[in-house]
Ligand binder design. Structure first.
Ligand SMILES: C[S@@+](CC[C@H](N)C(=O)[O-])C[C@H]1O[C@@H](n2cnc3c(N)ncnc32)[C@H](O)[C@@H]1O
Length: 291
């Protein structure tokens, strides 16, 4: 079996607030390596059913191997959660009691240099969750206009030196294409200086990852569909990792009809969890019930 690398974040909190119970029907829209799904499956199966969705076929395969013992009560789909209504219909998932979206990347994406997500490891500038998706980070970096690059670094990366980074990329690519993660990380370091433990290219890499995978657009398309797919009384839990995603979820929960927020303030990981799994430090869980 492939080694499980990803530690699920806020696992106990997800179980507390989504309340999976025997015989219920759940959807994990970002099954990843199956950490949350395995804990949910333990509670709803053998009588219940779980739809496990992931855009990344490598993670989906790992989840399938990990959850093999549950048999055909779990249905695996390599697709985007932004198609959740259609996928639920297609696989006969009706009256859904709970949906979980645990957003962003998993440990696999950072640890496998060939996926191009890490500024610490040399790999192609890729960053696609779905290896068949059209746009790669290399295309954005080497083909987009200076204005478009500055815009994504500013908006998706909240990078104050967005304009200078876009400028240096344009100047460099006139004579050499930027092909690897390290090419880009080194270039960013000429403009943004290291400050504390955060790598200077962190925000640029976040911005590119969001743009490559249209992460905010996917979330905006998915949220109303999740509510439509839930039964009345069903629960929707979303784990976000940065303020742009969290704002979208917070505003949606506040304004969408037939939704009641379960916890006013988002749930954050405990100090112990952050110590054991530093990646969890920026996680926030919001939960709402369909009324
Ligand atoms: C934080 S990980 C999920 C980890 C999982 N909860 C676990 O316990 O192993 C996020 C996953 O979402 C997937 N993903 C990202 N965008 C997606 C999308 N639009 N639709 C479906 N999956 C997506 C990624 O490929 C990744 O596997």
């Amino acid at each position: 079996m492939t080694k499980i690398q990803h530690i699920p974040v806020l696992l106990e909190e997800v179980l507390t607030y989504l309340q999976p119970e025997p015989n219920q029907v759940f959807i994990d829209g970002t099954v990843g390596q199956g950490g949350h799904a395995s804990a949910i499956a333990d509670r709803i199966l053998p009588g219940g059913r779980l739809l496990a969705i992931d855009r990344d076929p490598v993670n989906l395969k790992i989840a399938r191997e990990r959850l093999e013992t549950y048999g055909d009560r779990i249905v695996y789909v390599n697709d985007s959660y932004a198609n959740v209504t259609e996928l639920a219909d297609e696989h006969n998932f009706h009256s859904v009691n709970g949906i979980l979206l645990d957003l962003g990347y998993s440990s696999l994406h950072i640890e496998d240099a060939s996926r191009g997500f890490s500024f610490m490891k040399e790999g192609p500038l890729d960053m696609r969750y779905d290896p068949e998706a059209e746009v790669t980070a290399a295309e954005i970096v080497n083909e987009w206009s200076e204005e478009s690059l500055a815009k994504i670094f500013r908006i998706y990366g909240e990078e104050v030196r967005a304009a200078q980074i876009a400028r240096v990329i344009i100047d460099t690519r006139r004579h050499t294409a930027l092909e690897t993660t390290i090419d880009l990380a080194n270039l960013v370091t000429t403009v943004v200086h290291a400050y504390g433990p955060i790598h200077p290219a962190t925000k640029v890499f976040q911005a590119l990852r969001i743009a490559v995978n249209d992460e905010l657009g996917e979330l905006e398309r998915a949220l109303p569909q999740c509510v439509d797919t839930l039964a009345i009384g069903g629960r929707l839990g979303i784990i976000t990792f940065h303020s742009l995603e969290d704002r979208i979820v917070k505003n949606f929960f506040k304004s969408y009809p037939n939704l009641e927020v379960v916890i006013k303030r988002p749930v954050a990981p405990s100090r112990e969890e952050i110590k054991a799994n530093p990646r969890s430090r920026s996680a926030k869980l919001r939960v709402a019930i369909k009324t």
